[in-house]
Design a protein around this ligand. Structure first.
Ligand code: FPP
Ligand code: MG
Length: 329
């Protein structure tokens, strides 16, 4: 992830790289320290497979706004990644995903029940580690895990009768994605003893960044070629996932989107219609509207940072916004 940001801050870049190495060691030890080796193989499977490690990076960047040399920051980064990995165990069962990070998903390798209990174990392990950091970390971790699960449940139940589907989308995404990004910045800043106003600004930034991250992901499904994004274009469309561009197309009354709306209203787009749907999306006002919503979220994230110091860490968070705006994978 750090490579993709290409920071022009050598001192910060070096410090982050060193800390990320320590995170990696601590994560690998923690995710697989279950007493029984056959259990450890399940709980350690995804940590060993890799990932962007975006959440640990956010914890380390949050800590830059206080005293990043304090104890417990690496452990806080591991808490955030453990919660993320736990949620992926469950998410891949829900989605029936065969792979994750280029390897068989946990349920594909060990079975669904093992994947679910393995996820629960990781969540419990994160809670144990948070307890070593203090009551604020415990509270943040508990609140965030609750938001993640509630977001997933909200997605499962769908919008209430009469509820605006776009509002519902933002509530689901705030829980599923933004909560943990925001918590990562917050727990890093707290652990480093950053002032309260600073912690608040960073968590607000994280909420907007999280929403932007998901919207960028929705856009990728419609326009990025598989060899770049690693995911077949139109996967969400075929699965009938109500992404933001789909919801905005369905919600609008622009005549330019009439054919697209008719295709989308019929339920998940059949494979034979997918090329046509993608072609219609490419010139759809709904796509332009989604891009505008993404830009707006990123602007709010940047604004939340204000004039936070130190400037190098602030510039790194601004670079993350630019990365999300230009995301191709
Ligand atoms: C990816 O979604 C999944 C998440 C961001 C989190 C899902 C949350 C849960 C399953 C609740 C359980 C949580 C805990 C803490 C145990 P996606 O399917 O949109 O993205 P993908 O393409 O990466 O799979
Ligand atoms: Mg999924």
């Amino acid at each position: 992830m750090l490579d993709r940001l290409a920071l022009r801050e050598p001192e910060l870049d070096n410090r982050l790289r060193e800390s990320l190495e320590r995170v990696e060691k601590c994560l690998s030890a923690t995710a697989s320290d279950a007493a029984a080796p056959r259990v450890a193989a399940i709980t350690g499977h995804l940590a060993a497979a890799g990932g962007k490690r975006l959440r640990p990076l956010l914890v380390l960047l949050g800590a830059e706004f206080g005293e990043p040399w304090r104890d417990g920051i690496v452990e806080a980064a591991v808490v955030a990644e453990l919660v993320h990995i736990a949620s992926l165990h469950h998410d891949d069962v829900m989605d029936g995903a065969p792979t994750r990070h280029g390897v068989p998903s946990v349920h594909a390798r060990f079975g669904e029940r093992a994947a679910v209990f393995g996820g629960d174990w990781l969540l419990a392990r994160a809670a144990r580690l948070a307890a070593e950091l203090g009551p604020e970390a415990v509270a943040l971790n508990a609140r965030t895990a609750g938001r993640l699960v509630a977001g997933q449940l909200r997605e499962l139940t769908g919008p209430a009768p009469g509820e605006d589907p776009v509002t519902h989308y933002f509530q689901v995404t705030a829980g599923k994605t933004a909560a943990l990004l925001s918590m990562s910045l917050g727990i890093g800043a707290l652990q480093a003893g950053a002032p309260t106003g600073c912690v608040e600004a960073l968590t607000e930034y994280g909420e907007h960044l999280g929403l932007a991250f998901q919207i960028a992901d929705d856009l990728l499904d419609l326009r990025s070629p598989a060899d770049v994004s690693g995911k077949e274009r139109g996967t969400d469309l075929l699965a009938g996932v109500p992404t933001l561009p789909v919801l905005l197309a369905l919600d609008g009354d622009d005549p330019a989107d009439a054919e697209l709306r008719a295709l989308l209203r019929a339920g998940p787009v059949p494979a034979a219609d997918a090329p046509r749907a993608l072609e219609l999306f490419a010139r759809s006002p709904a796509l332009a509207e989604t891009e505008a919503v993404l830009r707006h979220r990123l602007d709010r994230a940047r604004t939340a940072l204000g004039a936070l110091r130190p400037p190098a860490a602030r510039r790194a968070l601004l670079a993350l916004c630019d990365y999300v705006a230009l995301r191709t994978s």
